[in-house]
Design a protein around this ligand. Structure first.
Ligand SMILES: Cc1ncc(COP(=O)(O)O)c(C=O)c1O
Length: 433
């Protein structure tokens, strides 16, 4: 949709009231036409599309009935092996850039592993430290906008969440260094270092190194380094990032981080394999607690992943290129529609990510209204404010756009509704001022 008007090329803020009113009327007419279409489109969560899931259908039969033994002869149909089959650990080493003894293979969800690691800190403490539940206050740093489920985990454990602004190269490190040096009730930070959710930010090497060298007042401070999108590139020449644990080792700070990833958006979400890595000391300590939580995870699923990728991490990277071919055109639809329809008006800005699952859109004071307008026109988006702790976006500006799940046709329609709603919300706001 484009509003055919001579005012379209002007900045909205430079229009006089009369032109603005005319612009709003045109937007309303376009919006009413969408209402008449009775659309039903869901862009609320970052899920792979069915065609992406089809890429992994080989998983269904790559494990033959007679193929139930690990390399060491272990019968994977039975109980045993707490931290992952050795060959599966070896397979995942490059994903987080660690060695097998720095790695645990979990079940089907990295978020579950993060939740669990945080719950152990709450109940039993970190490396012999006071259990966090016994402290008067536990604070956690949350780069914003960020992943709603991260913030929800810390909120669930009763922590106080502190917003940290994101820059184009990662979170505001000056602020982080200052806060953690002064306050020992700050016990950690959530980070998505590669293609952050939702901003698509790739932390610079300088930022990673500053994280690696962080000197918090609390010795049990941990960086929850969620590398969920480390292989989810949208380009053939993806950025390369220094490894946090490696950098931390160089400065004798290797216990500073817990790292996570999973195959959720590589094979099947909810049926993948999750991994966690950290220093040997952290991992060995966590394994002691893990033994109380489970006898072991799904080793047949571990084997299935190993077989599907023929035991080679490079094959997984090749597989991700097929995902890229399916979803990069969808990101282009989102970016092109935003550029074509909103650039000249200068009412909003947005990320143009080279990986990950989201486009982050900002329009000050309008996020709730845009989400509401879209919803009434049958396009469901992630709730406004969701990417902030407690669901509170101080500027009411951020909306997470998830392009992957709808078909290209559905996505174009949803984006047409979105930009129409964004324009209408902007005009309403300016006229009300
Ligand atoms: C940053 C981030 N971490 C973790 C997850 C969930 O991962 P898993 O399926 O491994 O629990 C998501 C899902 O959207 C995510 O965006």
């Amino acid at each position: 949709m484009s509003v055919e008007s001579d005012v379209i090329v002007m900045k909205l803020s430079e229009m006089n009231r009369e032109k603005l009113q005319q612009f709003k009327t045109e937007c309303e007419t376009a919006y009413k036409a969408f209402l008449d279409e009775k659309l039903s489109l869901d862009m609320s969560r970052g899920k792979p599309a069915p065609k992406q899931l089809d890429l992994s259908m080989g998983m269904m039969d790559c494990l033959k009935a007679e193929d139930f033994r690990a390399e060491n002869g272990l019968d994977c149909r039975n109980y045993g092996v707490l931290d992952g089959l050795p060959e599966v650990k070896h397979f995942f080493e490059p994903m987080l850039g660690v060695s097998s003894d720095e790695l645990i293979v979990f079940g089907n969800s990295s978020l579950n592993a993060m939740y669990w690691a945080m719950s152990v800190a709450m109940t039993n403490g970190v490396l012999g430290g006071t259990p966090w539940r016994k402290l008067d206050k536990v604070k956690f740093l949350c780069p914003v906008p960020g992943y709603d489920r991260h913030f929800a985990v810390s909120e669930f454990f009763g922590m106080e969440l502190i917003n940290i602004p994101m820059n184009s190269d990662g979170p505001d490190m000056d602020l982080i260094e200052k806060l953690v040096a002064e306050d020992d009730s700050i016990k950690g930070i959530w980070c998505v270092p590669m293609y952050s959710n939702p901003g698509g930010v790739v932390y610079s090497d300088e930022v990673v190194k500053r994280f690696a060298a962080l000197k918090p007042k609390a010795s049990d401070f941990r960086i929850f380094w969620d590398n969920a999108y480390c292989v989810h590139h949208l380009t053939d020449n993806p950025p390369v990032q220094v490894n946090l644990l490696e950098e931390a080792k160089k400065v004798g700070n290797e216990n500073i981080c817990y790292m996570f990833a999973s195959t959720s958006k590589i094979t099947f979400p909810g049926c993948g394999v999750a991994i966690m890595a950290g220093s040997k000391e952290n991992i060995n300590d966590l394994k002691k607690s893990l033994a109380f939580a489970t006898i072991g995870y799904d080793k047949l699923n571990q084997l299935r992943h190993l077989r599907f990728f023929d035991g080679k991490f490079e094959n997984m990277l090749e597989h991700m290129k097929k995902h890229k071919d399916l979803i990069a055109p969808k990101f282009n639809i989102v970016i092109n529609t935003l550029r074509d329809e909103l650039s000249d008006l200068e009412i909003a800005d947005w990320s143009e990510p080279v990986g990950g699952y989201f486009v982050s859109f900002n329009q000050k004071g309008c996020a709730k209204r845009i989400v509401q307008l879209c919803k009434e026109a049958g396009v469901v988006l992630t709730g406004a404010g969701a990417s902030f702790p407690y669901g509170i976006d101080p500027e009411d500006e951020n909306i997470r756009i998830s392009p992957t799940f709808p078909t290209e046709e559905e996505l174009q329609k949803a984006m047409d509704v979105f930009v129409c709603s964004a324009k209408l919300a902007a005009a309403e706001k300016l006229l009300a001022e």
